[in-house]
Design a protein around this ligand. Structure first.
Ligand code: PLP
Length: 377
């Protein structure tokens, strides 16, 4: 098979990224600060539209780490976290010496179940410890049940960290994902909806919290002519070169989301006659999903096996991938508490992510559709 590989989601440049990088070179801003960093933060703030403050960082994982610190998480604390997610959502909890408490998903969006969330909170409080924070994820760009989840968190006074790494451009009731939580994080890794080759951002509600994040991200240096430190710091700021890529990417973000949504519509059409598989879609028209990745779910005990489809696509040099393996099933988290009834585990068993990049054209779509139709027959 010498035809070019079709990837799940690959970088898609808009064209102006190099312009911003050239400016950085011309002005010798080859550093983790400079006009592109400030410009990128401003672009993100304008895009999110709400009264938020954005700190550009070296990764989404770094942003989560700082969000947890700013939420007051310390050694020995417990932090609630959606189980069905990428490990980066949960790892920073452990960096801080805290314990993740994993919560199952609901069927409609595959994100954190408000019911099990409340059960987990009550049980942890009963055992003597109120969780310090909640990490809720808009998986594959699909908004979680924002109102229900936040209502539960508010009832118990638990701050919400919104993991919006996959959901830039998604919204719920017209409000952008990344603006609902006490903190939110974004990721610009290579396979995300926009990329800076590697990068992330923390979204905070006040200018003071943003400043504190930038302070911690630049080695926590006190205000003195010499290097003076009263706190432990990190090297987490985004470089001015990477931020230049980000500025170019922001110019094409909405166009790229439109393309990803077209890919989702393409799969819905393709699977419309297949009773045993459904394409995950917005449960109501109050949800707007960027469809970072399109997900199909096979019916339980049906003849349609997503893993067979995956292997068939692989033979055709087309990448597809199982859903994230839930954190409570990961060897590294086997001792962490979990609340749920198996929705996340079933989604992992029955789900598949299909190529969804904004750079897939007619030729790629034809190859995908031919391969899937051949499999279905
Ligand atoms: C990508 C991702 C992250 C981490 O972002 P990085 O920039 O890769 O560190 C966190 N959470 C989720 C759900 C992600 O998909």
């Amino acid at each position: 098979m010498n035809r070019e590989k079709i990837y799940l989601s690959s970088p898609h440049m808009g064209g102006n990224e190099l312009k911003y990088i050239h400016q950085a070179f011309e002005q010798n801003w080859i550093a983790p600060l400079g006009p592109n960093v400030n410009g990128f933060e401003e672009d993100l703030k304008k895009y999110l539209k709400e009264d938020v403050h954005v700190a550009a960082l070296s990764s989404g994982t770094a942003a989560l780490h700082l969000a947890l610190i700013l939420a007051g998480v310390e050694r020995g604390d417990e932090v609630l976290c959606q189980s069905l997610t990428f490990a980066a959502s949960a790892n920073p909890i452990v960096y801080l010496g805290a314990t993740p408490v994993f919560v199952d998903s609901e069927e409609e969006t595959l994100n954190i179940s408000p019911g099990y969330l409340e059960e987990a909170i009550k049980d942890r409080i009963g055992k003597g410890k109120k969780p310090k924070a909640l990490i809720a994820v808009h998986l594959y760009g699909m908004p979680y049940k924002v109102e229900e989840v936040h209502k539960v968190a508010e009832r118990y006074g638990i701050p919400v960290i919104e993991d919006s790494a996959e959901a830039l451009g998604s919204s719920y009731k017209g409000q952008k994902c990344g603006t609902f939580g006490d903190f939110a994080i974004l990721s610009f890794n290579g396979n995300k909806i926009i990329t800076t080759s590697g990068g992330g951002a923390l979204v905070a509600k006040t200018a003071q919290l943003k400043e504190k994040a930038v302070f911690l991200a630049t080695q926590a240096r006190d205000n003195a002519p010499h290097y003076q430190h009263s706190e432990i710091g990190y090297n987490y700021r985004l470089s001015n070169i990477a931020a230049g890529i980000g500025r170019g990417q922001m110019e094409v973000l909405d166009a790229h989301i439109a393309k990803r949504r077209e890919m989702n519509a393409f799969y819905r059409e393709l699977f419309s006659t297949v009773n045993e598989a459904i394409v995950l879609n917005e449960p109501e028209n109050t949800y707007f999903c960027n469809h970072w990745l399109t997900v199909i779910k096979a019916e339980e005990n049906g003849a349609f096996k997503t893993d067979d489809l995956r292997l068939h696509l692989e033979k055709n040099n087309i990448e597809s991938r199982p859903l994230w393996k839930p954190m409570h099933l990961q060897p590294v988290f086997e001792d962490a508490p979990f609340y749920g009834n198996g929705v996340a585990a079933a989604a992992f068993k029955k789900g598949l992510c299909l190529p969804s990049g904004s750079n897939l054209g007619e030729e790629e779509k034809n190859r995908i559709s031919t391969a899937i139709k051949a499999y279905l027959q």
